[in-house]
Design a protein around this ligand. Structure first.
Ligand code: ATP
Length: 238
């Protein structure tokens, strides 16, 4: 079986600085794969490259059997790859519902769109309660929910989440992680970038540890959760 996403020997540089130094990994349909690692490891750069926002120096990106290397960012989403970026990027003056609708900008099936808006409200009831309010009035965690809901509105084959727990209170973080688990259990394929290694490894099928541009360790989420070096470096254990 070919994987939904296959990344091979991907290299990405900003000028002379090589931020991603030849990484390879796969995401199979229906699984959650996580990239963990400290600040600056190259995780965000990897997601931005997969989305077509940065052009790689070298390497292959195959999505659903098709090479993404020459596909511009605005077409990547139409192939089924949605990106919920770090820092959320919602539109603060627009209503919550209009922000969700923006995620469906390529779709014409108004019944399906209405159904998926309802699905976002089922996943995140607070968004439904406040659907007419400006998105900028939401708390950080609620804005994260909106960003995830909006990414889902394109009915992606692969949902990429960049640091969904960043800056959230422990309770809000648990809520976001529970939702990612729920999406996984519904069959959504997810590529999750997280600094919260404990949470990400607990729910991931496969995981890769990135350090200064390279993948230094790979395994199942459970393998890495119990790996001594991961526990010391990322889970704060002695
Ligand atoms: P973080 O969690 O802090 O976002 P990360 O693992 O996602 O970390 P990246 O943001 O991908 O890491 O950064 C990888 C490296 O590339 C870092 O050394 C960073 O300083 C550098 N970098 C990122 N964006 C740029 C840019 N626009 N121009 C130059 N260098 C950059």
């Amino acid at each position: 079986m070919t994987a939904l996403l296959e990344v091979e020997d991907l290299r990405v540089a900003y000028g002379k600085i090589e931020a991603v130094k030849g990484i390879s990994f796969k995401v199979e349909e229906g699984e959650v794969v996580t990239l963990i690692g400290t600040n600056g490891a190259g995780k965000t750069t990897t997601l931005r490259t997969l989305s077509g926002l940065i052009k790689p120096l070298a390497g292959q990106i195959k999505f659903n059997g098709k090479s993404l290397r020459k596909i511009p960012a605005h077409q990547v989403v139409s192939l089924g790859l949605a990106h919920s970026p770090e820092g959320r990027h919602i539109f603060p003056r627009m209503s919550i519902e209009d922000n969700l609708r923006l995620g469906a900008f390529l779709r014409k099936d108004s019944d399906g769109i209405a159904k998926d808006i309802q699905r976002a409200y089922d996943l995140f009831p607070i968004l439904g309660e406040r659907r007419k309010q400006a998105a900028g009035t939401l708390s950080g965690g609620e804005q994260q929910m909106l960003a995830m809901g909006r990414a889902l509105m394109s009915q992606p084959k692969l949902l990429m989440l960049d640091e969904p727990s960043m800056g959230l209170s422990p309770i809000m973080m648990q809520k976001i992680m529970a939702t990612i688990t729920e999406l996984r259990d519904q069959g959504t394929t997810i590529l999750l970038v997280e600094q919260n290694a404990q949470a990400a490894l607990s729910l991931a099928n496969h995981a890769h540890v990135m350090e200064v541009g390279s993948i230094v360790l790979s395994g199942t989420g459970q393998d890495l959760l119990h790996d001594d070096s991961v526990r010391k470096a990322y889970l704060g254990e002695d």
